[in-house]
Design a protein around this ligand. Sequence first.
Ligand code: CO
Length: 214
Amino acid sequence: MKYLQDLFDNNISWADDKIAEDPDFFHKLRDQQSPEYLWIGCSDSRVPANEIVGLPPGELFVHRNVANVVVHTDLNCLSVMQFAVDVLKVKHIIVCGHYGCGGVKAAIDNKRLGLTDNWIQHIKDVRSKHQGIMTAINNEKFKHDTLCELNVIEQVLNVCNTTIVQDAWARQQKLSVHGWIYAINDGVLRDLDICIDNAKEIKTTYTKSIDRLQ
Ligand code: CO
């Protein structure tokens, strides 16, 4: 092994620890995965999905990208959602943003980063959509925190509007979509109080969440 031997060493001690806790741990995982949750979060290395919510392997289906964005033409994210909802039959989709998000900061700073700028444009669109809220804030940190929250709320709306979620609700499948935000500086998750479990509630719940930020 030329490189990264330390990671393989870590892996062996992790696998040993798991077996010490439960000798059948990997046998059970091999036979099936039946997670109840799909997590859509940021790729940021400081926001490890399973660890934050204390769930072991097998209990959280995960999709991560820069700034936890759900784009209606992103085949990658849509495929994860479709598999999670139609095949694994998850009961909850959690969109989890985080304060101090570099993707959100880039949308505020307007600095050129490269190809990523095209991705970040989706967050700039969120900023433009809520220009009234954003321009009323003078404090830079508060402005950043608010755009992180607005971004989560908009992505919850995008999840709800996908054919995947709409079809699941139409066939009475139990499925809730949640918007959460994580604070890196204290390790605590906050519920943004946007939880939607049927098509009829989308507009009113979304509007209430936005109103709270005004
Ligand atoms: Co981030």
